[in-house]
Design a protein around this ligand. Structure first.
Ligand code: ATP
Length: 582
């Protein structure tokens, strides 16, 4: 409980922290007043049941009870409205902090099954956290402070009853702790499974064509969605059943404690140790104390689930960002030459994918990278783009290490056209203007002509204003690539990194790509992961990559004459193309 409050303080901004502090004080005051109000019932009952009734004293106690109840309600109203304010602070602050943090993480972190859990954290997760100050904290703070006040007060009535209350409270606290541990353990599993299911649902929707093509829609053993749904169902029922056992243990303990306190009070009254009036008061206090404690027990599971949500947000915020230089603008790149020195890299500390690459790519040159599938060609481009930091060695652009340039500096210097073209929901024009927000319509038309996007735009009924759908779903692969090329042209960066699509394009798209590469190569440093023979031949220099190492480099003629891997690769491709044409 205290950990949850500490996390809230940690994650809120100064304004939110101030609101939270005031709210906690108001709630604690509310709990104390509730406890005092119940305790005041004891002298009130004693005055009423001890003849002759002292009307002055009765009025005094009655006035004190009414004052305590009224003050309690004022604090209740105040702390409830503050709860909503802090809840809103949490939502704003968390969305901003999570969004800002996500923008600093290495691109590689977003792979795997992360999309589902992130989506859930930003949606339900932050709502759960906002729910803590808005609805739950009040019950928790009052559920602790009201009984605590009554326990302290009961020592004033009789020390034996005070001790019985204190021992009972300790037992109830243990049972509550047990309940929360059970919920936390099972909630972790449930959240993990529900996050994976969310990712699988997105995948299921996106991969409909593949699933249908292979006829596996009705074969649950092939669908990982089915598997994750079953796993989620299992963890959900474990959470519910084990949580229910925890509740039974808690409420059982509470009933036992109450019975023991009542039995003790009656016994003490029967042997004349305490007055009947005190006994009546204690019984009233005991029964009243049940209310806040029961509420605490009922909400404990929910409190734990929401506290787990804060834990997950904290864990996300603790993922180390890609280090950025303190003064990113100090590194002034001299030209657009690229240099890789002793570069080694493996994804997530896994097997080495780039294994000691040393290469210098002069500014304004056109370099083609070729090599077998999985040899690390795309990874090389991603390291130059600083999507990941190298494990060893350095990548330099214009004489500066990309880590000195910082992500923003590298982004200014480079434009990428990668295989997995991502277009945002919006119009074609919006997608291009991402690269240059101030581009005029004439600029758009110019790059569209070069990338042969103009033919696509003319064909579409809404032209530039055609919406491309989520992830560009309404455009064909070739069309998306043309948008991506036009976007790179519009950015007008001195370095262009181009990963040609492995999939065969139709002749129109093939010609568009060739023309665009030719245009991009003018006055720029261009590195192309080349799959087309025409691109390879056009390059000033070819790098042959094999298992993460550059095994050969030179121009087309030189490499053919050398008769190594490249010559073999070339002959095979030419033979394959000849065969295809025939
Ligand atoms: N995000 C990733 N996480 C883990 N491993 C990865 C990741 N991306 C690529 N790899 C692995 O790194 C190796 C090199 O992949 P890369 O995509 O760079 O090869 P490539 O030469 O471009 O292949 P292709 O020509 O088939 O596109 C492969 O073994 C691949 O499985």
């Amino acid at each position: 409980m205290t950990t949850m409050i500490r996390y809230l303080f940690e994650l809120l901004d100064e304004r939110g922290r101030r609101h939270l502090r005031i709210m906690l004080v108001a709630q604690a005051g509310q709990g104390v007043l509730q406890g005092v109000g119940f305790l005041l019932v004891v002298p009130l009952v004693a005055t009423l049941t001890t003849p002759p009734v002292g009307w002055g004293a009765l009025g005094l106690w009655l006035g004190a009870v009414v004052a305590a109840v009224a003050a309690h309600h004022v604090l209740l109203a105040w702390s409830t409205s503050l709860g909503y304010v802090v809840g809103t602070d949490v939502l704003t602050s968390f969305h901003e902090r999570i969004g800002n943090h996500l923008a600093t993480l290495p691109i590689g972190w977003f792979g795997g099954d992360r999309t589902g859990p992130i989506g859930r954290m930003l949606g339900k997760g932050t709502m759960d956290v906002a729910n803590i100050p808005a609805h739950l904290l009040r019950h928790v703070v009052v559920g602790l402070t009201a009984p605590a006040t009554m326990i302290v007060g009961s020592f004033l009535l009789d020390w034996r009853i005070g001790l019985a209350f204190a021992a009972g409270a300790a037992l109830c606290a243990l049972a509550l702790r047990l309940l929360m541990v059970i919920v936390r353990r099972n909630d972790d599993d449930y959240e993990r499974d529900i996050g994976v299911t969310a990712s699988r649902i997105v995948e299921y929707a996106r991969q409909q064509p593949t699933l249908r093509a292979y006829g596996v829609l009705d074969r649950p053993e092939m669908g990982t969605l089915e598997e994750s749904l079953v796993r989620q169902e299992g963890s959900q029922s474990r959470l519910t059943i084990r949580g229910a056992w925890g509740m039974i243990a808690f409420f059982g303990t509470l009933q036992l404690v109450v019975t023991a306190v009542i039995a003790l009070t009656v016994a003490l009254t029967l042997d004349g140790t305490i007055a009947v009036a005190v006994m009546i008061g204690v019984l009233i206090v005991t029964l009243r104390m049940l209310d806040p404690i029961s509420q605490l027990g009922e909400l404990a599971g929910l409190v734990q689930v929401n506290a787990d949500a804060i834990g997950r947000v904290r864990k996300l915020l603790a993922v180390p960002p890609l280090p950025e230089p303190a003064e990113p603008n100090r590194a002034e790149p001299a030209g657009a030459g690229i240099e890789l020195r002793g570069v080694r890299f493996g994804y997530d500390g896994g097997p080495t994918v780039i294994d000691g690459v040393d290469v210098e790519i002069p500014a304004g040159s056109f370099t083609a990278v070729v090599g077998p599938s999985g040899s690390g060609k795309s990874t090389l481009l991603k390291l130059i783009s600083r999507f990941f930091d190298v494990d060893e060695g350095s990548v330099r652009i214009g004489g500066h290490d990309v880590r000195e340039l910082g992500s923003a500096g590298v982004s200014r210097l480079t434009a990428q056209v990668f295989q997995d073209v991502y277009l945002f929901e919006g119009t074609i024009a919006d997608n291009l203007r991402m690269a240059a927000p101030d581009a005029t319509d004439a600029d758009l038309d110019r790059v569209a002509r070069i990338a042969r996007l103009d033919e696509v735009v003319e064909r579409l009924p809404d032209g530039w204003h055609t919406r491309v759908g989520e992830a560009g779903s309404t455009l064909s692969g070739g069309e998306k690539q043309r948008v991506s090329i036009a976007r790179a042209l519009l950015k007008d960066a001195p370095v262009v990194l181009f990963d040609e699509a492995t999939a065969a394009l139709d002749p129109a798209n093939e010609a568009a790509v060739a023309a665009a590469v030719h245009e991009l190569a003018r006055d720029r440093t261009v590195i192309v992961v080349a799959h087309r023979l025409s691109t390879v031949v056009a390059a000033d220099r070819i790098l042959v990559l094999d298992r993460g190492r550059i095994t050969e480099q030179g121009d087309h003629e030189g490499l053919l004459t050398a008769g190594g891997t490249y010559a073999r690769f070339w002959n095979e491709r030419v033979r394959a193309r000849g065969w295809q044409l025939r």
